[in-house]
Design a protein around this ligand. Sequence first.
Ligand code: CLF
Ligand code: SF4
Length: 285
Amino acid sequence: MAKSYQELTQNHPCFARGQKSNKGRIHLPVSPGCNIACKFCDRQINDYEDRPGVASEVISPEEALEAVGRAIAINPDIHVAGIAGPGDTLATDFALKTFRLIKDKFPDLIKCMSTNGLMLPDRADEIIDVGVDSLTVTVNAVDPKIQAQLNSAVVYHGKRYTGEEAAKILIHNQLEGIRKVAASGTSVKVNTVLVPEINKDHIETIAKTVSEAGAKIYNIIPLIPQAELAWCSAPTCHDIERAKATAIKYIDVFMHCSRCRADAVGVPGGIDISKLVYLKVLNTK
Ligand code: CLF
Ligand code: SF4
């Protein structure tokens, strides 16, 4: 049985409403590949960039389990084991395998999974069965014309689709997947990357649509202009505040996103202990 939304608002740093939480999470970088092509994506393996899509190394589910034990020993305030890349968690099977191991060895930890949602309708039953407590789906548009400006392709059931055709498949699967997972009692959060030139005026429609599909909380992530969207601007504070004020009419809004690396460990926005945790894991190889 997944932990309740009420419990997550107390113990999950990314489900805290209002005040910033002092609870920690460990990100387990077990998911290397991706099945879609977001135009702002720049996945990297390095030690120095502090943003999503970056990790020092991709590790195995067994190494992830070892990392969880070490992180909790260093910081008992870690309540969440999250998997958020560096690719998509459902493009390979490593994330679900990792959650199965965590469920057995650390049953009290909150299991948090982040996905682009393309494979959600296909994998929802497994996600529910493994006991994922919080699922984040990144929904950047619910209109195919807008989504096609943010994402150039999806690979679904072995076939590559582009443009609005790809966008329609992605949006359909995201919303169907959110409905299915939310109906089981698992709390769903939706992330939207705010791109001023493309989806700034679409936030209200996204927030309303995902709320109706069953999502509980909404997080607006400011674009880091890079890759094919290097020509776009980073949202201003005014853009972000305006977007949050619009969304909160329909859904709870998370206010303190730190745009974490895929291997971040600690309290989001606080001291990161990932070097300590992962160096020890990698040194045992
Ligand atoms: Fe990690 Fe994401 Fe789970 Fe949080 S992060 S998988 S929901 S445990 Fe949190 Fe980091 Fe923002 Fe993500 S601050 S980038 S929203
Ligand atoms: Fe990159 Fe994530 Fe988009 Fe995949 S879903 S292309 S990893 S940003």
